[in-house]
Write a protein that binds this ligand. Structure first.
Ligand SMILES: Cc1ncc(COP(=O)(O)O)c(C=O)c1O
Length: 382
């Protein structure tokens, strides 16, 4: 129930990767046969990853993670375009890799606007238009939120940015391979995708950079990846990523149907629990995400209770789950801190079965009931 945090590697992905550790281990920059073999695998993988987002092969570079992609976009566009302007707009529900990059840029003298969202987590286009200034260089709004699953109106956002001549970046770590991602339809200039969210290896991502976009690299060195990301290329993981993409291309639609059924059943049944609420948009949401808050309980204790029964779930993003601060996403959609603390994210995946969903529906109401019985908030917050 925690596939948004990460996914297992598909056995077919592992098989595709194996030869690139043991026999085909060449450096893609080497001129000999081993190097050429690695280079060919790299370029074939690039074509596969690009094709599932309707991009040209030359517009995609591979990265060491999704986090690296957001860091590169924020810092790289800021520094490459700082003569044009120093203002950047990011949605207030972006992943920490965007928000922390933005905060770092603030300390370097850039100006950041944190764009509010409505109660479903949707960015308001009017608010965006009002936030745009003469010196705005970049807008960053994620495709689908990793906590509450809301899918943003990226096409309209991208259209507005294009009209104003501002770069538009979208973090598609949670959507790529699960729902359609098309860089043309979305009107994005920059888009990040991530292998470990779709049954590929961890530590592997890719960035779409539209031709002509001015961006500085984070890593300088031997000039790999069109001079935009120096470092010996991790061919084995990239081959794995491409295999995962190839599989998702074929299985994405049927998988999304299956996840939607699980999601809708979870939502329908869990909302029968007294004082339970759905977070995120009722329909514009990822097929595998169901997110709730329960009054009078503490989400961390709920996770522990579920864990004791062998159920892996999360309160919000795995990256910040060690922090005791309420989630910035839940606060941004208007929840009070005590409400945000009672949250639960259930995210299914391709190995989830009906039996798993039944089991969660059996255990969860009991766990909520038990926690409320011992809750100091029982009968009210005051
Ligand atoms: C929306 C989103 N962006 C970025 C990331 C960071 O990606 P990575 O773990 O590959 O650094 C994640 C997940 O971890 C995510 O869900």
């Amino acid at each position: 129930m925690d596939y948004a945090a990460t996914t297992p590697v598909d056995p077919r992905v592992l098989e595709a990767m194996k030869p690139y550790f043991l026999k085909k281990y060449g450096n893609s920059m080497s001129l000999h046969a081993w190097g050429r073999e690695a280079k060919e695998a790299l370029e074939n993988s690039r074509e596969t990853v690009a094709s599932l987002m309707n991009a040209d092969q030359e517009e995609v570079i591979f990265l060491g993670s999704g986090t690296e992609g957001s860091n590169m976009v924020l810092k790289g566009t800021a520094f490459a375009n700082r003569k044009k302007g120093k203002h950047i707009i990011v949605s207030s529900i972006e992943h920490h890799c965007v928000l922390e990059s933005a905060r770092w840029l603030e300390r370097q003298g850039f100006e950041i606007t944190y764009l509010p969202v409505d109660k479903y987590g949707l960015v308001d286009l009017n608010a965006l238009e009002n936030a745009i200034k003469k010196d705005t260089i970049l807008v960053s709004v994620m495709h689908a939120n990793n906590e509450i699953g809301t899918i943003e109106p990226v096409e309209e956002i991208g259209k507005l940015c294009r009209e104003k001549g501002i770069y538009f970046y979208s973090d598609a770590a949670q959507s790529y391979g699960k729902i359609p991602v098309d860089v043309e339809k979305m009107n994005v200039d920059l888009l990040m995708v991530d292998a470990h969210k779709i049954y590929g290896p961890k530590g592997t991502g890719a960035l779409f950079i539209r031709k002509g976009t001015k961006i500085e690299p984070l890593l300088h060195g031997g000039g790999h990846e069109f001079g935009l990301r120096s470092s010996t290329v991790n061919v084995a993981s990239i081959v794995g990523f491409a295999k995962a993409v190839e599989i998702q291309k074929k299985e994405m639609n049927s998988d999304a149907n299956k996840q939607t059924k699980f999601r809708d059943r979870l939502i329908k049944e869990i909302l029968k629990i007294e004082d339970s609420h759905l977070n995120g948009h009722p329909t514009k949401r990822l097929p595998n995400n169901a997110h709730f808050w329960f009054a009078y309980i503490e989400g961390e204790s709920l996770i522990t209770q579920l864990d004791m029964h062998g159920i892996a779930a999360s309160t919000g993003s795995a990256c910040s789950s060690e922090s005791l601060e309420p989630s910035h996403v839940l606060l941004a959609i208007g929840l009070k801190p005590q409400e945000a603390h009672g949250s639960l994210r259930l995210t299914t995946g391709k190995y989830t079965t009906k039996k798993d969903v039944d089991y969660v529906l059996e255990i969860l109401p009991k766990a909520v009931k038990r926690l409320r019985e011992i809750s100091p908030f029982k009968g009210g917050w005051e």
